[in-house]
Design a protein around this ligand. Structure first.
Ligand SMILES: [Zn+2]
Length: 381
C-alpha cells in the first residue's frame, strides 16, 4: 500500500495515474537522492501491478502476490543489485550460487533486512558493481513465459553501478521488451547511466523528504523495534543533517551522530590550531579498510558544515534566516564565517567530494583525511 511510503505524494499520484490509464511502460527510471524511497516505491508499484485485492487503486498488502513481492525473493519481483565477485569455477546458472558461502549468507541477511524495511540500505562488502552475470540472468528470466495475469517486475537497484558491459546486455532487453514485464531502474546518480539506457525509460524523479516526515517515521519505527534506542535529540539531529534521506538518517544514527559531528569539528579545530598530535589521532582512530562507510559519513557531515557556511555567508543581512542543516550550531557557523571570511567554500566542497570518491577506490581513509586536512587548511582563511 502507498501507506508504506514516506512522503513522495507527487510520485504516488503519477504512478497511480499510470496504473489507472492501463498504459504501463516497459521501463522506468526512478531518480533522486539515496534514501528518498526509490526502491520502496518500486516494490509498492510492483504490488499494485499484481495485487488481486485492489481497492481504490491501492494494493491490499494481504493477497498472495502482495506478500510474495514483499519478500523480495519471488519471481514477481526480481531484485537485482551490486554483488561481490563470484567464484570463477562456478557455473553461472544462478548468480547467487556463484557467491562464496559468506557472501551468500551476508546477501540473504541483508535482503531480509531490506524486505522488513524497504528504506534499509543493504551493505555488502566488495559489492561495487552490478555484475554482467546478474544482467544475463535477468535477460534469461525476462523472456521466460508466465501467466498473462501477472506482470513480472525487475528492479535494478542503484543501476548506475552497471559497467558498460552490463549496460549493453540490458540494452537488448530495452530495445525489444517482452510483454508482461516491467523494468524499474533506480539511480541516485542517473547521469552516470548511458544515454542509450535512460532514453528508453519513463523518468520519475524523487524529491528529498521533509525533515518532519523523517522524524515522524523514525519515531514510529523506534516504537516497534526494540533494538532501536535513540534519543529525540539524536533523531532530530540526524534528520536535520540527512538532506531529506531516510536511509542516511538511519546510518547517521547507527554511526552515533553526535559523536560523528563532534569528530568533524575536532578534525577542523585540530588542523586550524596546528595540533598535529590530535589530527593524527583522529585520522588513525577511523575504522580500517573494511568499513568505508564511517569515514564516508565523516566527510558527509563536514560537507553539511560547509554547505551551511555558504548559506550563512549569503544570507547575512536577510531578515528571515535561511534554513540550514546544523540548526543547533548557527552561532558557531556565524562565528566561523566572521573569523574566516575569505574561506574558499566551493573548493572545499569539491575537495570533500573528491575525498569521498577516493574512499570508494580503496585508498586508505587515514591517508585521505590527512591529505584533506592539509588542503583544507590552506583554503580556510
Ligand atoms: Zn494484494
Amino acid at each position: 500500500m502507498w501507506n508504506n511510503i514516506i512522503g513522495q505524494q507527487r510520485v504516488i499520484d503519477r504512478l497511480t495515474a499510470i496504473y489507472n490509464s492501463g498504459r504501463i511502460s516497459h521501463a522506468f527510471l526512478f531518480s533522486g537522492d539515496a534514501g528518498t524511497g526509490k526502491d520502496a516505491v518500486a516494490v509498492e508499484f510492483a504490488k499494485l501491478l499484481n495485487c488481486t485485492g485492489i481497492v481504490n487503486s491501492e494494493s491490499c498488502d494481504k493477497c498472495k502476490n502482495c506478500k510474495s513481492i514483499s519478500s523480495l525473493k519471488h519471481e514477481l519481483l526480481n531484485f537485482v543489485c551490486a554483488l561481490p565477485s563470484g567464484r570463477p569455477e562456478q557455473s553461472q546458472q544462478n548468480i547467487l550460487e556463484s557467491l562464496s558461502q559468506t557472501d551468500y549468507q551476508n546477501f540473504l541477511t541483508e535482503l531480509n533486512k531490506k524486505s522488513r524495511n524497504l528504506y534499509y540500505r543493504m551493505s555488502l562488502p566488495n559489492a561495487n558493481n552490478i555484475r554482467i552475470d546478474s544482467i544475463r540472468e535477468l535477460v534469461r528470466k525476462i523472456y521466460l513465459s508466465h501467466s498473462g495475469k501477472t506482470r513480472k517486475v525487475f528492479l535494478i537497484s542503484e543501476a548506475e553501478k552497471m559497467k558498460q558491459e552490463a549496460a549493453n546486455a540490458l540494452l537488448k532487453v530495452l530495445e525489444e521488451p517482452p510483454g508482461n514485464s516491467v523494468l524499474i531502474l533506480t539511480a541516485s546518480k542517473p547521469e552516470q547511466l548511458p544515454q542509450t539506457i535512460t532514453g528508453r525509460c519513463q523518468k520519475i524523479s524523487f524529491e528529498p523528504l521533509p525533515v518532519d516526515k523523517i522524524i515522524e517515521n523514525i519515531i514510529k519505527e523506534s516504537e516497534t523495534n526494540l533494538d532501536f534506542k535513540f534519543t529525540q535529540e539524536e533523531i532530530k539531529l540526524a534528520s536535520n543533517l540527512s538532506s531529506g534521506s531516510y536511509s542516511r538518517t538511519l546510518d547517521l544514527l547507527n554511526y552515533g551522530v553526535k559523536e560523528l559531528r563532534e569528530t568533524c569539528l575536532n578534525f577542523m579545530i585540530s588542523f586550524l590550531k596546528n595540533d598535529y598530535a590530535e589530527l593524527v589521532s583522529i585520522c588513525r582512530n577511523l575504522p580500517d579498510r573494511t568499513d568505508k562507510d564511517k569515514p564516508k559519513y565523516l566527510l558527509y557531515v563536514l560537507k553539511t558544515w560547509f554547505r551551511d557556511l555558504l548559506t550563512i555567508r549569503y544570507s547575512s543581512g536577510n531578515h528571515q534566516p535561511l534554513s540550514i542543516s546544523n540548526t543547533d550550531l548557527r552561532d558557531r557557523l556565524t562565528a566561523f564565517q566572521k573569523n574566516y571570511p575569505a574561506t574558499d567554500i566551493f573548493k572545499i566542497i569539491l575537495l570533500l567530494e573528491d575525498a569521498e570518491k577516493m574512499l570508494g577506490q580503496n585508498v586508505h581513509p587515514e591517508f585521505i583525511l590527512t591529505d584533506l586536512s592539509f588542503q583544507m587548511q590552506s583554503l580556510i582563511k
